[in-house]
Design a protein around this ligand. Structure first.
Ligand SMILES: Cc1ncc(COP(=O)(O)O)c(C=O)c1O
Length: 466
């Protein structure tokens, strides 16, 4: 089989990919995520190399990857600036086991300096992955709020990771199945997925009924969270994503975050903003909460933070919140926390975003990409909704625009056609019928055009077969 470029049809997986897939099937656990990718077990190619927004499989086929390695590769794949800085770091100080080091100090300062509002006088603590940082944030919020505040509010469709703490505060039943429980009560409430409002309301006429419903839960002790007579409050933390990427790129209305802020202020609840997927510039702002004019109490960030070269995450919180650990060292540690290599990578990512004006680029190219998706919506009956903020975008497929019946099989078919044409698309959503796009910030208009062209072709092929 000749090597193929994006746009050209190839067999997936090729022979060499299949060889490695067979090895993985024999020797690696079946519980890994790539086994669910593209169209289920077996289809995911095995990758060999990468460059820019492209990855090449072991059979030599080139793919345009549209989800930035789960939003982490913000500067593209193998960016030379990042490699040079990390190489320099490795040649002086490598792993020092959660010890102080210069990149760690400089990055803490830098993260606080790009954080919005009062968080700009806040503090930082490092972790490795997203789930671990969410655990840290939940622990911190629990310390900060007085007894008996212990419960956690989270949202349907939320994704916060797969550690026991982070998965417990999410909703997804498959992900939570057989997870040993945490002791906090988790109260899950609807996220404003307005295209499929659970309350069957229409935005904006609804006046954000979902946030009004949440506020109602504090009006009587019979709702289980708060007693207005005695002021007994059982809730310590509210954790939420500014846009839900694992659930299909759901972008809430602009009022959502400010309403949550009001509620948290009223009841002394710690507002934890999970920006792991969208933070560090993707939204066109350093943090997407800024797009919603809201300053949370805690921001959790990872993925793009270290540009896909070294695992790193961080929790940024108001100074007075971290103060609860001022006299309690070693409340949260990890062998790899504050690793100089990861911190040096993050300093480079932030520098590059500033020097290359990538926030503006995310806004501009995101707008261009969104227009392209909207144009496809006008011509393809399968497309029910498109949405986006900066370079975080999505498309939902439905069998019928009137009934909005989810078209999950058609979504798999479109993704498979795109995969065969060398465009890798990530499937997500409550009903498995959305595609999310989170490309590196350095993607070009021409590359977006290629994605749109392949998507157009793939939608046409699938629609013809319906
Ligand atoms: C919003 C959000 N929170 C948390 C996580 C978990 O991060 P990790 O996979 O690094 O544990 C993710 C991962 O996709 C995410 O998108």
């Amino acid at each position: 089989m000749a090597n193929k470029l994006p746009g050209e049809v190839r067999e997936v997986p090729g022979d060499r990919s299949q060889y490695f897939r067979d090895l993985l099937n024999r020797f690696e656990s079946g519980g890994t995520s790539y086994r669910a990718h593209f169209d289920g077990p077996g289809r995911c190619p095995v990758f060999q190399s990468m460059d820019g927004v492209y990855v090449t499989d072991v059979d030599g086929n080139v793919y345009l990857e549209t989800f930035g390695a789960y939003a982490a590769s913000c500067l593209g794949y193998r960016p030379k600036e990042l490699i040079a800085e990390v190489e320099d770091q490795i040649n002086s100080l490598m792993h020092v086991a959660d010890m102080p080091n210069p990149p760690r100090a400089l990055l803490a300062q830098e993260l606080v300096s790009i954080a919005p509002g009062e968080l700009g006088q806040g503090k930082v603590q490092f972790e490795i992955g997203g789930g671990g940082a969410v655990d840290l944030a939940l622990k911190l919020a629990e310390y900060y709020t007085p007894h008996p505040q212990h419960d956690i509010i989270s949202f349907f469709g939320g994704y916060h990771g797969r550690t026991i703490g982070s998965v417990s505060v999410a909703a997804n039943v498959y992900n939570r199945e057989r997870v040993p429980s945490i002791s906090a009560q988790v109260v899950r409430v609807p996220y404003p997925y307005c295209y499929r409002c659970l309350f069957e309301k229409e935005y904006p006429a609804c006046d954000m009924f979902c946030t009004r419903y949440l506020a109602k839960l504090f009006e009587s002790p019979e709702f289980g969270l708060y007693d207005p007579k005695t002021g007994t409050n059982l809730v310590s933390t509210l954790i939420v994503e500014p846009t839900q990427f694992h659930s299909g790129g759901i972008v809430p209305p602009k009022e959502f975050y400010p309403r949550l802020r009001e509620l948290c202020d009223k009841y002394g609840i710690v507002f934890v903003d999970d920006e792991i997927a969208i933070g560090i510039g993707r939204s066109g702002y350093w943090f997407a909460c800024e797009a919603f004019d809201t300053v949370p109490d805690v921001i959790v960030t990872s993925k793009a933070l270290s540009g896909g070269i070294w695992p790193l995450s961080a929790v940024i919180a108001r100074r007075e919140i971290f103060a609860v650990w001022d006299e309690r060292p070693d409340k949260h540690m990890g062998t790899w926390h504050g690793d100089p290599v990861g911190c040096r990578a993050a300093l480079t990512v932030i520098r590059e975003i500033k020097e290359r004006n990538l926030l503006e680029r995310c806004r501009m190219l995101g707008g261009y990409f969104l227009e392209g998706l909207k144009e496809l919506q006008t011509r393809h009956r399968l497309v029910g909704e498109v949405s986006g903020i900066g370079l975080g975008l999505s498309m939902e497929l439905v069998k019928d625009r009137r009934t909005k019946e989810p078209a999950a099989d058609a979504t798999v078919a479109v993704i498979t056609e795109a995969l065969r044409r060398g465009v890798l698309i990530c499937r997500a959503a409550y009903y498995g019928n959305r595609m999310t796009f989170m490309p590196p910030y350095v993607i070009t208009r021409e590359e977006i055009d290629t994605i749109l062209r392949v998507l157009d072709e793939s939608l046409s092929i699938v629609e013809r077969g319906l």
